[in-house]
Design a protein around this ligand. Structure first.
Ligand code: WTA
Length: 633
C-alpha cells in the first residue's frame, strides 16, 4: 500500500479501506516511519470516557524520524532557511546534518541543566531557528515542550507555566516584529519569578548584545549549547508518552492544556503533510504560522521535517518593510508551497495588488489556507494574484485538539471550491448533528460538526484534568468528539465550515475565549459586568465587541476604552484587544441569569430578528442596546 495519494481514485480507495479496517490502514502508514519497537495493537478507544490510544506499546523517538533518518540519507539537504525580520540581516541555514547536530547540542544542554524525560519545558520565543531547535531538543530527550506564543502577556505565560509545572523556561532577550523591538525578556522574567516550579531559564541572545545576567539560574542559550557534544542519543519513548502540551482557549474557564503523544501524532502529521500538500522531494515549503500555535507545531516543527522537506522560516510580519515581503521571500527562495491564514491574505489584499505584482512567483505549486473560514473574495484574490490561477488552494480545516488536518482538498487531486474545505481526509469520519443531537445521514446537512472515530493525532487528554477533556469534547454528543464548529455538507459530501458554535472567538485566526476577555474587563474598577462578543470584520475575520455595564455613567469613554485595551494587553496579549466598546445599562439575560450572547451577536450583525425575547429577564434592554450600537456606526 502506498503512503502517497496519487489520484482521486486512490483517495477514494484508501478512504474506504481506512473506513473498513482502520487498524490495518494506520499500521501500513505507520510502517513508513522508524520505530525501535513495533506495536502490540494499533488502537484502543472509548469515546464515552474521552479516551483514545494508538500503537500500544510501540517505542520510538520522533526526532529520529525528523532528523537522523534524513541526516543519514541526505545530510547536505537544506532543512531550514531562516529569514530575519529585517531584510538587511543575513539569513541562516541548517542542513539536516547541521540541524541534527545543533538539536543534539541543545538537548545535551538541557540535560546539563537537570532536565530529564517527562519534565515540562516552557518555550517563549520569537520565530527564530532556536525556537524550532528547542522544541526538537525537548523531544530528543523526552522532555515535554509547552510552547507559549510570544505575543502572550507575562501573566498569561505565568498561568501556562504554572499549570504545566514547567521546570525550565527558554526565551530570548528581545523579539523583532516589523518596526518594533519587543523586550520579551522582561515578560519572561516576571512569569519565571512567579512560577514556583521553574528552576532554570535559558536566554537566546537575539539582539547580539551579549548581555549578562546576575541571576544564577539564568544562562545564555548559545553558551550552554556550544559546550556540548553534537551527539545525543534519542530517548526511547512509548508511543503514548507525552510529546507536548499546547494551551488553547475554550468557551469557559482558563485555557486548556491539549496533550499530544509521540506515536500517533507523528504518523498523522507526517502522513497529512505529504498528502494534503503533495510535497515532492525538491519542493520548498513556507508556512507563515508561528510555532506558538498548532499549525507551526504540526506542519513546520514536525510534519515538514518528518518528510525531509526544505522549509523557509520567517521571523517578521507580512507588511515589513512593506506589503511585498512574503512575495519577495517566495521569489528569493523559490518557494513551491505557501501556507498562510485568511487574515493575512485579507490584510495584504486591502493594501493593493501592486505589492504582489512584479515578483516572480512562478515556482509556486500549491497554496494553503488555515485557521478560519476563507471568504470568497480573499480566495479569489489568493488564487488570481498569488497563484496566477495555476496553483490549487488547499483550505485545511483542523484544530489544536485534532493535531493535524482533518478536512481539506488534496492539492491537484480533489477540486478546490472557494469557501469549501472539501472532503474529510483518509481515516477521518465526520458526522453532522441536528438540534436534537441526532446524526444527519443525508448528504446535504447543516449542523454541529463531530468526529465519529479517533484519528491517530486526536488529543489524549487535557493536562492535569481528564474530566475537563471528557466534558468539553465528548459529552455533548455521546460517543462522538464535538469540534465546537458548525458545518454544512453538500450533495457530494463536501464540507463547508461556518464557524464556532460556542463562545470561542477567532480574531485574525487566533483563538480567544470570551470568558478570558470578560474576566479582564470585569477587573476594571468602573465595570460591574460585561459580555465579549464577536462580529464580522473585513480583515480580522472576527473582531471583539465589549458590552460593559458601568457602576456610574461613564464620563470619558475614550479613556475607559484605552484603559481596557491596556488591561487586555497586560493580562492576555495585544492580539486579544477589543475593537468596539458599547456602554450599556444592562445585558440581555435569561431568567436563570445567563447572558444571551446570541442576541448581542444579532444586534451587532444588524439582524433585528432576535427571536422571542419576551421570556428574558429584562427584554427592555435589547432595544436600548440596539440603539447604542446603531449610534456607533
Ligand atoms: C477554525 C487552527 C474554517 C475552526 C488549525 C476551528 C477553520 C478553529 C479552518 C481551531 C478552516 C481552523 N476553515 N475554520 N480552514 N481552520 N478553523 O485550534 O473554528 O487554533 O475549530 O487550530 O479554527 O483553531 P486552532
Amino acid at each position: 500500500m502506498a503512503f502517497y495519494i496519487n489520484s482521486y481514485e486512490q483517495y477514494t480507495e484508501d478512504y474506504t479501506r481506512a473506513l473498513l479496517n482502520p487498524e490495518e490502514f494506520w499500521a501500513d502508514i505507520a510502517n513508513n516511519f522508524e520505530w525501535s519497537q513495533s506495536w502490540d495493537k494499533v488502537l484502543e478507544y472509548d469515546f464515552s470516557e474521552g479516551r483514545n490510544q494508538w500503537f500500544i506499546n510501540a517505542k520510538l523517538n520522533i526526532t529520529i524520524n525528523c532528523l537522523d533518518r534524513h541526516a543519514a540519507a541526505t545530510p547536505d539537504k537544506l532543512a531550514i532557511c531562516w529569514e530575519a525580520n529585517s531584510p538587511e540581516t543575513p539569513n541562516r541555514q541548517y542542513t539536516y546534518k547541521e540541524l541534527l547536530d545543533r538539536v543534539c547540542q541543545v538537548a545535551n544542554g538541557l540535560k546539563s541543566k537537570g532536565i530529564v524525560k517527562g519534565d515540562r519545558v516552557c518555550i517563549y520565543m520569537p520565530m527564530i531557528p532556536e525556537l524550532l531547535i528547542s522544541v526538537l531538543a525537548c523531544a530528543r530527550i523526552g522532555a515535554v515542550h509547552s510552547v507559549v506564543f510570544g505575543g502572550f502577556s507575562p501573566k498569561a505565560l505565568a498561568e501556562r507555566m504554572q499549570q504545566a509545572e514547567a521546570k525550565m523556561l527558554i526565551t530570548s532577550d528581545v523579539a523583532y516584529r516589523g518596526e518594533k523591538v519587543i523586550d520579551i525578556l522582561t515578560a519572561a522574567r516576571v512569569a519565571y519569578q512567579i512560577s514556583p516550579t521553574a528552576k532554570q531559564m535559558l536566554i537566546f541572545d537575539r539582539s547580539g548584545e551579549g548581555k549578562t545576567y546576575p541571576e544564577q539560574s539564568f544562562s545564555d542559550f548559545d553558551s550552554v549549547a556550544n559546550a556540548q557534544s553534537t551527539h545525543c542519543p534519542a530517548e526511547i519513548m512509548d508511543a503514548e508518552d507525552m510529546l507536548f502540551i499546547l494551551y488553547t482557549s475554550g468557551s469557559t474557564g482558563t485555557p486548556k492544556g491539549i496533550v499530544h503523544t509521540c506515536g500517533g501524532y507523528m504518523v498523522y502529521t507526517g502522513y497529512t503533510f505529504a498528502n494534503v500538500f503533495q510535497y515532492k522531494e525538491k519542493d520548498v515549503f513556507f508556512c507563515t504560522a508561528d510555532i506558538g500555535w498548532i499549525t507551526g507545531h504540526s506542519y513546520m516543527a514536525y510534519g515538514a521535517l518528518l518528510n525531509g522537506a526544505t522549509q523557509l522560516m520567517y521571523e517578521g510580519v507580512p507588511t515589513y518593510p512593506d506589503a511585498s515581503r512574503f512575495w519577495q521571500l517566495i521569489e528569493k527562495h523559490k518557494v513551491t508551497h505557501f501556507y498562510t491564514a485568511p487574515t493575512a491574505i485579507r490584510a495584504l489584499m486591502a493594501l493593493g495588488d501592486e505589492y504582489v505584482q512584479g515578483w516572480d512567483l512562478s515556482t509556486l505549486k500549491v497554496l494553503g489556507s488555515v485557521g478560519e473560514p476563507i471568504n470568497e473574495e480573499a480566495w479569489h484574490w489568493y488564487n488570481e494574484q498569488v497563484g496566477k490561477e495555476r496553483c490549487p488552494i488547499v483550505d485545511t480545516w483542523w484544530q489544536t485538539e485534532t493535531g493535524g488536518i482533518m478536512i481539506s482538498t488534496i492539492a491537484g487531486i480533489s477540486q478546490s471550491i472557494p469557501s469549501w474545505a472539501g472532503y474529510p481526509l483518509v481515516g477521518v469520519q465526520m458526522a453532522i448533528m441536528d438540534e436534537n443531537g441526532e446524526e444527519i445521514h443525508s448528504n446535504e446537512a447543516d449542523g454541529a460538526l463531530c468526529l465519529k472515530t479517533p484519528i491517530p493525532s486526536l488529543l489524549r487528554t487535557t493536562y492535569g484534568d481528564h474530566n475537563r477533556c471528557k466534558n468539553t469534547y465528548f459529552s455533548a454528543y455521546p460517543n462522538h468528539y464535538f469540534t465546537g464548529d458548525r458545518a454544512k455538507r453538500d450533495a457530494e459530501g463536501r464540507y463547508r465550515i461556518i464557524g464556532r458554535m460556542d463562545d470561542v472567538l477567532n480574531v485574525s485566526g487566533h483563538r480567544i475565549g470570551t470568558a478570558e476577555v470578560e474576566n479582564v474587563l470585569n477587573q476594571h474598577i468602573e465595570i460591574v459586568e460585561s459580555a465579549a462578543v464577536g462580529y464580522a470584520h473585513p480583515i480580522k475575520g472576527e473582531a471583539i465587541a465589549a458590552f460593559v455595564i458601568p457602576f456610574a455613567p461613564v464620563e470619558d469613554k475614550n479613556k475607559l476604552f484605552a484603559e481596557l485595551q491596556f488591561m487586555i494587553s497586560k493580562e492576555i496579549g495585544s492580539f486579544s484587544k477589543i475593537e468596539t466598546l458599547v456602554v450599556v445599562t444592562g445585558l440581555p439575560k435569561t431568567r436563570s441569569g445567563k447572558i444571551m450572547r446570541r442576541i448581542l451577536k444579532k444586534i451587532l450583525a444588524n439582524e433585528p430578528d432576535y427571536g422571542d425575547i419576551s421570556t428574558l429577564l429584562n427584554p427592555e434592554v435589547v432595544e436600548e442596546i440596539a440603539q447604542q450600537v446603531s449610534s456607533l456606526k
